[in-house]
Design a protein around this ligand. Structure first.
Ligand SMILES: Nc1ncnc2c1ncn2[C@@H]1O[C@H](COP(=O)(O)OP(=O)(O)OP(=O)(O)O)[C@@H](O)[C@H]1O
Ligand SMILES: [Mg+2]
Length: 154
């Protein structure tokens, strides 16, 4: 577990966006306001997405082209009431070879999650508003993820 400030998370996300290769699933978990969208936005920024990355809370899925030639599919499954509703979103077509898939609230997809993914868990640190706990978990064989670099300064 690592403690990260917002600028450190953004720096990491930008590097993730620059160096990951599709297809890849990135699962961003953690409570409301823990920083999942901050991370998703910085990954998109690193990939060279030129349009503003908004929160896909109501449409659940938004796709963006990027300067790297790949597509980002950004999902927020908070409002998904039944995992079977994923089919209406075109879930089975996600993760094709030129796509990076970023999923907020991945636990809502339950058993339909892919075998290969990086799961990034964010959580609050008690009594501190500007930092988050971060845990990185590898599921299966998801491919290269740049590592988080944190300076030792408090
Ligand atoms: N260390 C930090 N890392 C990330 N965000 C931080 C940090 N410190 C403060 N914040 C703030 O916390 C908020 C995180 O909001 P964000 O929309 O990314 O949350 P979220 O996890 O996507 O929530 P939701 O589940 O509602 O989609 C932002 O306002 C951000 O500025
Ligand atoms: Mg969000």
């Amino acid at each position: 577990m690592t403690v990260v400030k917002e600028n450190e998370l953004v720096e990491w996300g930008t590097r993730i966006g620059k160096f990951i290769e599709p297809p890849m699933f990135l699962l961003l978990s953690g409570p409301l306001g823990s920083g999942k969208s901050v991370l998703a936005r910085s990954i998109a920024e690193g990939m060279g997405v030129k349009t503003p990355v908004i929160s896909p809370t109501f449409n659940l899925l938004i796709t963006y082209p990027s300067l790297r030639g790949y597509q980002i599919a950004h999902l927020d499954l908070y409002r998904l009431s039944d995992p079977r509703d994923l089919w209406e979103l075109g879930w089975e077509d996600l993760g094709v070879k030129d796509q990076i898939v970023i999923v907020e609230w991945p636990e809502r997809a339950d058993t339909f999650l892919p075998e290969d993914s990086w799961e990034i868990q964010l959580s609050f640190v008690e009594g501190e508003e500007s930092v988050r706990n971060l845990v990185i978990e590898k599921h299966g064989n998801p491919g290269f993820l740049p590592s988080l670099l944190i300076s030792a300064s408090p």
